[in-house]
Each structure stands twice: as C-alpha cells, then as structure tokens.
Ligand binder design. Structure first.
Ligand code: NAP
Length: 263
C-alpha cells in the first residue's frame, strides 16, 4: 500500500515539493497551509501528479487545539505513515540593525517551535500504539551553528533540532522513526527574500528528492548539501570569536517576518 502523509506548510516551497514527490508514487496526502488559494493549487498539482487522494485543511500551526483535531481526524481516516512538520517562517536582521522586533521574534518562535510541537505531539501516542510511523521535522543549517544575521531564527531551529534528536532516541523503542531534515539554501519564496550569497542553493524539487530518499533510507538526519552540514558542524568546534569574525564579513540581509505575536 502507498504511504499516507500529513504535511504542514504544503501550500509553498519545500512542503509543496515533498507533497508532489510523494504524489508521483500514488501517496495519500493530507496537506495543511494558511493560504486557501495556494493550498488548493498544491492539492490540484498533487492530484494531477498521481496522488491516490488529497485532503486539505487551512490551519495555523500555532493553534494547538485545531492542530490536535486535524492530526487526529487525518489519522482516523487512515493511519499517518509520515508526518512532516515543515511549516515555518524566517526572520532576521539587516546591516546596521541590532535588535529584532520582540513581537516578530515571539510570533516566529510560536510558529517555528510551538507549531512543530503542536503538529507532532498529537501523532505520537497513536504511532506508538501502532508501533509504526515516521516523524520528519524540518530544521535548518541555521540550527547547527549560530548566524549573526538571524539570532532568533537560529534559536528556534536549534530548539527543534534538539527536540527531534531527543524524540528519536525515545520513540525508537516504540517502532516510531524520527528524522531531522536540515536544509541549506532551497529556492523558495522564503529564501528569495534573503539577500546574500547562497552557496549550494538548489531547487525545491531537488530538495524534495533528497528528503524522500533520506526518509526511505530511514536516515536520522537528512542534511543537504552535506558539505555545508559538515562545515557548519566543524565551525562549532573552532573558537567562536574566529568564526563570528568571518561571518561578519558577509553582507546578509534577512528581512523581518511580518508575523506578530497576538496581544
Ligand atoms: N528555503 C530555505 O532555504 C530553507 C532553508 C532551511 C530551512 N528551511 C525551512 O523549511 C521550511 C519550509 O520553508 P520554505 O522555504 O518552503 O518556505 P515558504 O515557501 O515560505 O513556505 C512556508 C510554508 O509554511 C507555511 N506556514 C507559515 N506559517 C504558518 C503558520 N503559522 N501556520 C501554518 N502554516 C504556516 C506557509 O503557509 P501559507 O503560506 O499558506 O501561510 C507555507 O506553506 C521552514 O520550516 C523553513 O524554516 C527553508
């Protein structure tokens, strides 16, 4: 039987591309996003690509109750084989700016950290009871070594990296796999907003192929390009001041997210 996937952030970029890659295998898809028009377009593209069935839901990953209801109802229709917690936003600093807007930082943390918890937590008990299932959490190279251009985003991604690593160790004994996905630059609307040199940039289709292959091979960490992952890990071993000094030499503008913490 083909796989059943639940994917957040499926209305754009990496999430959409992963959905399409699995659609070509005849997968059953449950796709989430916030923009109804773009989500519908993704769903239509997945049907055209060969998906067995496609359901969609408009939801904000910050809404814990709504996410629990959606994951549980998706699971009742047919157990989720692969749950991809992908939805996220980027935020950062432009040259000369020293402080990120606190309301933007908190909104981003709510999406990129709590949104991942809200997506994954409701699936854990059911997957453990079945003794099957695969949880994929999308992090970033920014979660491996700190970047002075996007402090809060780095903190959010480092947080989900650690959570994914902990879950993997905990859930393996229950038959549930956990993969941490660590993308470098992927050509999506998010990356297009960042003004910087983007070494190793790849298309969203290429990223989706690597992610799908990594999930099929049950890789605990799916990082691409790999040289960048090892370089970032190597940087963590070098004196911090040295690496910070090199990073400061690059001109990078990461625009602030328009998301704001609800008052
Ligand atoms: N592109 C890169 O270079 C890169 C590198 C490293 C890591 N990543 C990570 O990859 C993931 C996907 O990024 P992308 O590049 O594909 O970005 P993207 O094209 O901007 O897509 C982001 C997706 O997340 C959804 N989303 C954002 N906030 C949401 C919320 N509050 N509730 C529900 N859905 C929400 C968006 O849905 P709507 O538009 O419908 O709101 C959209 O489908 C993110 O976690 C990002 O941090 C990307």
């Amino acid at each position: 039987m083909t796989a059943r996937l639940f994917i957040t952030g499926a209305s754009s970029g990496i999430g959409r591309a992963v959905a399409l890659a699995y659609a070509a295998d005849g997968a059953s898809l449950f796709l989430l996003g916030r923009d109804q028009t773009r989500l519908d377009a993704s769903a239509d593209a997945c049907r055209a690509a060969g998906a067995a069935d496609v359901a969609t839901a408009v939801a904000d990953v910050r809404d814990r109750d709504a996410m629990a209801r959606l994951v549980e109802s998706a699971n009742e229709t047919r157990p989720i084989d692969i749950l991809v917690a992908n939805a996220g936003v980027a935020t950062g600093l432009s040259p000369g700016q020293v402080l990120e807007t606190p309301e933007a930082v908190r909104a981003m943390m709510a999406i990129n950290v709590n949104g991942v918890f809200n997506t994954v937590e409701p699936a854990i008990t059911a997957m453990c009871a079945r003794g099957a299932g695969h949880i994929a959490i999308v992090g970033s190279m920014a979660g491996v070594r700190s970047l002075p251009y996007s402090p809060a985003y780095c903190a959010a991604k480092a947080s989900v990296h650690m959570w994914a690593d902990c879950l993997r160790g905990r859930l393996a004994a229950h038959g549930v796999r956990v993969s941490l996905i660590v993308p470098g630059f992927v050509e999506t609307p998010m990356a297009a907003r960042t003004k910087s040199w983007q070494p190793g940039a790849m298309s969203d289709q290429q990223a989706a192929r690597i992610i799908k292959r990594g999930l099929e091979r049950r890789r605990p960490v799916i990082a691409f390009p790999q040289y960048m992952y090892y370089a970032m890990r190597f940087f963590t071993l070098l004196p911090s001041g040295l690496v910070d000094g090199v990073m400061r030499r690059f001109h990078v503008e990461v625009p602030e997210t328009s998301e704001r913490e609800a008052s």
